[in-house]
Design a binder for this molecule. Structure first.
Ligand code: ATP
Ligand code: MG
Length: 366
């Protein structure tokens, strides 16, 4: 641990105090729960190896002049996929997959090992493969992609595990191709003078297809900006408001603001703005109404996930969730073709309890 931390350009003595210890199959590791001294949240130390956390990507609310002001050369537009962030590294011959917060996830680690990563790490032992895990069968997110059946990786970055610096976009895409690592879709590289138009067109198309948005990147991969579709703002709200008391109010505010700026920049007519407002309102209110009805009828509320894999991996994932205090309702637990398939709901206790309280006449101070 100390030798690893000494390699970082940061106050190692103070940093050490903030790392939290955990184990994976008996192997000890430490992760950093919050950003400290410029070292990203989710940074992990395993033995003498540091794997830096994935940096936060800023968002623009207005593409023009947001994009030309932020970059100073051509940009590549990549699709922003909606799943969960994973970093995959090889530490002393063992491939491990970390979640954003720096937890070695047994489910994701097993899944990662199905990709041809051995060849990649032979040539690039100090790189971390950063990607989004997408698809219907995963324990963290619920967004579906028609082209993904189970759970699949899409790579969007290759970074040096200690320094955190990214490979240039073109090199990274070529490298992933060469090693058969699946990547996020790309929508071309554009001069700054035409970048705004290119992003707007891409966003309009992604919005029609119900997809999340884009990440716009400088050629060296060091600068990135995110921008999202109206479709995902509504989907996020619908997803939050069927558990209205489990999400903070900031979550709602941020998405209303994104929509308002998008309406202005995309020059919505009065009629279009009205339609946007109606859709937004429906995305918020209808799921909330449905959940109140469900609780009234004695049903549970919460997100339902399906996971598939070898029995031990699935068991250790469920145990991990329970040890974190999550309340799980197991809806189905079977074997299909030798794999264990579990469908479970992460019960939204706060929403259910509050809804029950108000349904039985409870009062609120506001
Ligand atoms: P933060 O604001 O810290 O980045 P967040 O979880 O709120 O965290 P998001 O709004 O989902 O972040 O946007 C950033 C995330 O988008 C990345 O962490 C990554 O997991 C995901 N992502 C999906 N596609 C891409 C892509 N093409 N390039 C970079 N990141 C991508
Ligand atoms: Mg995301």
């Amino acid at each position: 641990m100390d030798r690893a931390l000494a390699r970082l350009d940061a106050d190692a003595d103070d940093l050490r105090q903030h790392f939290e210890r955990d184990t994976y199959h008996g192997r000890e590791y430490f992760s950093l729960p919050d950003e400290r001294h410029g070292i990203e949240r989710g940074t992990v130390v395993v033995d003498d190896t540091v794997v830096r956390g994935f940096p936060s990507i800023p968002r623009v609310l207005v593409l023009d002049p947001g994009v030309p002001d932020f970059f100073d050369g051509p940009v590549t537009i990549e699709e922003k996929l909606n799943g969960y962030n994973v970093r995959i590294a090889r530490v002393d011959d063992e491939i491990l997959a970390f979640t954003r917060s720096g937890y070695v996830c047994p489910f994701t680690t097993t899944l990662a090992r199905e990709y041809p990563l051995d060849d990649f790490f032979e040539e690039h032992p100090e790189q971390v493969v950063c990607g989004e895990l997408v698809g219907p069968e995963n324990p963290y997110t619920t967004h579906d992609y028609a082209e993904v059946e189970g759970a699949e990786l899409r790579v969007f970055d290759l970074r040096h595990r200690l320094r955190g610096d990214p490979m240039a976009v073109a090199d990274r895409r070529e490298c992933c191709d060469r090693f058969d690592l699946p990547q996020v879709p790309v929508f071309g590289t554009h001069d700054l003078s035409v970048a705004v138009d290119a992003v707007r067109e891409t966003i309009a198309d992604l919005d029609d297809r119900g997809r999340e948005g884009v990440v716009i990147k400088s050629q060296d991969g060091r600068q990135a900006l995110k921008y999202t579709t109206s479709a995902i703002h509504r989907a996020d709200l619908a997803h939050a408001f069927d558990k209205p008391f489990d999400y903070g109010r900031d979550f709602l505010f941020a998405r209303v603001i994104r929509e308002a700026f998008q309406a202005v920049e995309f020059e919505d007519s009065d009629e279009e703005a009205r339609e946007r407002a109606r859709d937004l309102g429906e995305a918020i209110l209808l799921p909330a109404i449905e959940s109140i009805r469900a609780v009234d009828e004695g049903e549970t509320v919460g997100d339902t996930h399906t996971v598939r894999g070898d029995a031990a991996t699935v068991e250790s994932l469920l145990n991990q969730f329970r040890s974190l205090g999550l309340h799980l309702d197991i809806e189905r637990d079977t074997y299909v073709d030798g794999e264990r398939v579990v469908e479970f709901t992460k019960v939204a206790d706060a929403s259910r309890d509050k809804i029950e309280h108000f349904l039985s006449g409870g009062t609120i101070d506001e």
